[in-house]
Design a protein around this ligand. Structure first.
Ligand code: CA
Length: 369
């Protein structure tokens, strides 16, 4: 089979969405009628990545064999490296890579986890990833957490999406929320705290000490992501597991984080090289005895790609991230996986295992020029 053409488009989830809220999709069509779907990191609607796919990657992929996906990935990364290998380019390559794995699965009649060497588990727990807590009062935080507990998550992460230009803006308030959530869920429910780069080193140590006392599982991105040494200093000084890596786009960037002292890394499949890229991250993490817990806040395509990879990895046992509920999760698929009793179940359907509802997709498809 050869790649016949590649479609790029956004998906608008509700009529009021603006372009920066859309998902960024690619559809790779083979010359025998099979196709694969992928998605890029949707920052600002993923338009930068989709532009790179349309102008640079797609013309180089027409006529190629989709089973050569890893060679194609590395060839294109090097050919276009001067576009900047940290961000839009790796998001574009991720979208193509996920689509080629989906296509490969359909071609061979196997789910992706089989192509990765088999699954350690096909039922996967998740954690409720809850954003927007910086702006909420303590009571509001508790109400939102309570609501998400009804899905039976294995753990809860509270995220503080504060203004990144204002470090340490409300440390007492953040600590009060962390304490209140611990009281709400009891001593045994695993909790994580995501600072979204909101602290100085000193601020992070102060918050981290309280999280240790409260028995939090991990402390995510305490300081600015670009201060790798500072991230490492916080990780080394605290006993709690400190994590980072969702804003890391290359394998060498991930190696730098591990070298700095991070013992849990969180690269994202739609930002760094898709399944091929994340597979390499898994090997790197395993070689260093570092936990890999992928960042993953996107709707079905990125979510499913991440689940297939997690299923295939011996050490990837922490629950998978599940973002705030959104109509984006289910709207265009005939068989969107939903957690049952706190678990996602991977099917044996080929590729990602997602069947697109073409009529629904047609109503939401936004052309990209
Ligand atoms: Ca995060």
């Amino acid at each position: 089979m050869k790649i016949r053409d590649i479609e790029i488009f956004q998906v608008a989830w509700s009529p009021g969405d603006n372009a920066s809220q859309h998902s960024a999709w690619v559809k790779v069509n083979g010359d025998d009628g099979l196709f694969g779907i992928g998605e890029a990191s949707p920052m600002q609607g993923g338009l930068a990545s989709l532009g790179i796919v349309a102008r640079d990657l797609a013309p180089a992929l027409i006529g190629e064999d989709p089973l050569d996906h890893a060679v194609l990935h590395d060839r294109l990364l090097h050919r276009f490296v001067k576009l900047g290998p940290e961000g839009a380019l790796t998001g574009a390559l991720a979208a193509i890579d996920i689509a080629l794995w989906d296509l490969k699965g359909k071609l061979l009649g196997q789910p992706i986890y089989k192509l990765l060497g088999g699954a350690w588990r096909t039922t996967l727990p998740f954690y409720a990833s809850i954003g927007g807590n910086g702006e909420r009062s303590v009571d509001q935080v508790l109400r939102v957490v309570e609501e998400r507990l009804t899905d039976a998550p294995a753990a809860v992460k509270i995220r503080f999406d504060n203004d990144r230009t204002q470090l340490d803006s409300d440390i007492p308030g953040d600590i009060a929320k962390a304490r209140a959530v611990r009281r709400l869920v009891g001593d045994t429910m695993p909790l994580a705290f995501d600072a979204n780069n909101g602290y100085s080193i000193g601020g992070a140590i102060r918050v981290g000490r309280v999280l240790e006392e409260l028995g939090y599982w991990w402390f995510e991105e305490p300081v600015q992501h670009y201060h790798v040494k500072a991230m490492g200093e916080v990780a080394r000084r605290l006993d709690i597991t400190v994590s980072a890596g969702e804003q890391t786009y290359t394998l060498s960037g991930l190696a730098d984080l591990i070298d700095a002292g991070l013992r849990m890394v969180q690269p994202d499949i739609v930002k760094m090289g898709g399944i091929t890229g994340l597979l390499r991250c898994a090997a790197l993490a395993q070689a260093h005895g570092v936990e890999l817990v992928p960042h993953q806040t996107q709707p079905m395509i990125g979510h499913m790609a991440s689940l297939h990879l997690a299923a295939s990895q011996l050490h990837m046992t922490k629950p998978c991230e599940l973002n705030d509920p959104s109509p984006r999760m289910h709207a265009v698929f005939e068989n969107p996986p939903r957690p049952v009793d706190g678990l996602f179940h991977l099917s044996a359907e080929p590729g990602l295992g997602l069947r697109v509802n073409d009529a629904e997709l047609a109503t939401r498809r936004v052309p990209v020029r």
